[in-house]
Ligand binder design. Structure first.
Ligand code: FES
Length: 384
């Protein structure tokens, strides 16, 4: 453990930006739903505590604050009376989807003097990987979404299996749970997924930062351990029929006979990585699993689980069959359901940390440092 000394009782005040981000970090793109779920009718979304709606018009998806400035009725109750606009259901105020400018107040006639004098806040929206992404910031120009997506997903064709689930609990608990080293070994020991993907019971770990991510590098693993005075504990029960070989560097993947060339080309230093604004990446030899923890508000988040396979053409078919027939239920279902449970019942701070929690501390530091850098850029007026 490179970090060595862990502080004692934690109250999160060492990470003021992280502590303040109960409802999420601003200045990022967040996936909010499947592209197929956005049509000609407004779809309400709550993101970082902000109520907005997304709607499709002539193929493109737009986002707008979901509160009519007239009397506060949700605009998502309205509809499109004219192309490129949304009309409030109550008195017919009609806003341009692109600019947010009030184009008509239907009940005040064509010469209504309020037209053009009210502008409804809009959101930048993009579609990638079959998902609709919304940028939540502070008025600055958003960075291109491709700069934020996991780099291997930009420019490399991938087939994906996805699951979106609204979950209770703060998004930080979900993110910390995802990257938490200890729980993978213990909580998930009863997950059916581990019939196929064994995990070690103990190892030595270091956390390294590369670019926008921190990686957990596991160099030594033990499948059984003696606990003096207690006896022997084994993590092998689920997969005794196929004991794991010695595994180095990228967790349980290195002994695999074939590594997908796109994945191999990334030269990931570790099996599990996490990056801003709360995305987990778990690298297997032939596919990558991602979890996006999307803050709805301080008490709720959206779990967006995604498996990406970089096979092409008909080679993608076995992936779909495997995903729909097994992985979706075992991994995005039962395994991930154990995480959901822990996020619901976690109650921190205060907290008393132990050695494997170095993962959590390094993630918080990454969040803290990255946020400070962003705020400095905003203060300097460089909004690119
Ligand atoms: Fe929306 Fe009156 S409340 S038009």
């Amino acid at each position: 453990y490179r970090a060595g000394r862990l502080p004692g009782r934690q109250d999160w005040s060492s990470w003021p930006h992280y502590q303040a981000a109960a409802a999420g970090f601003r200045g990022y793109w967040y996936p909010v739903c499947f592209s197929s779920q956005v049509g000609e009718k407004p779809r309400p979304v709550t993101l970082l505590g902000e109520r907005l709606f997304v709607i499709r018009d002539r193929g493109r998806v737009y986002g707008m604050r979901d509160r009519c400035p007239h009397r506060g009725v949700p605009l998502s109750h309205g509809d499109k009376q004219f192309p490129g606009t949304i009309s409030c259901v109550y008195h017919g105020w009609t806003f341009d989807l692109e600019t947010g400018v009030l184009k008509a107040a239907i009940t005040d006639g064509p010469g209504s003097p309020i037209c053009g004098k009210v502008t409804q806040p809009t959101y930048d929206v993009e579609e990638r990987l079959g998902l609709v992404w919304v940028y939540v910031g502070d008025g600055e120009r958003p960075h291109p979404i491709d700069e934020q997506l996991p780099e291997e997903l930009v420019g490399n064709p991938a087939v994906v299996g996805q699951r979106i689930q609204a979950r209770a609990g703060n998004w930080r608990f979900a993110c910390e749970n995802g990257y938490d080293e200890g729980h993978a070994k213990y909580l998930h020991r009863t997950a059916l997924w581990r019939l196929f993907k064994p995990m070690p019971v103990w190892n030595t770990t270091s956390i390294v930062r590369r670019g926008r991510w921190i990686y957990r590098v596991q160099r030594e693993q033990f499948w059984e351990a003696d606990f003096p005075g207690l006896g022997r504990w084994s993590g092998t029960a689920w997969y005794k029929a196929r004991p794991p070989r010695t595994v180095q560097n990228i967790g349980n993947t290195a002994s695999h006979r074939r590594v997908n060339p796109t994945i191999a080309a990334q030269e990931f230093p570790g099996f599990a990585s996490v990056g801003m604004p709360g995305v987990l990446r778990i690298v297997y030899p032939t596919f990558i699993h991602y979890e996006f923890y999307v803050p709805v508000d301080a008490e709720n988040h959206l779990y967006v689980g995604m498996l990406a396979d970089f096979s092409r053409g008909v080679r993608a078919l076995p992936f779909y069959a495997k995903y729909l027939g097994a992985v979706r239920w075992l991994f995005h279902g039962q395994f991930s359901g154990q995480d959901k449970w822990m996020v619901e019942v976690t109650d921190a701070p205060p907290e008393k940390l132990y050695r494997p929690d170095d993962s959590l501390l390094r993630w918080r530091k990454l969040a803290e440092d990255t946020t400070e850098e962003r705020l400095e850029r905003l203060r300097a007026g460089n909004t690119d």
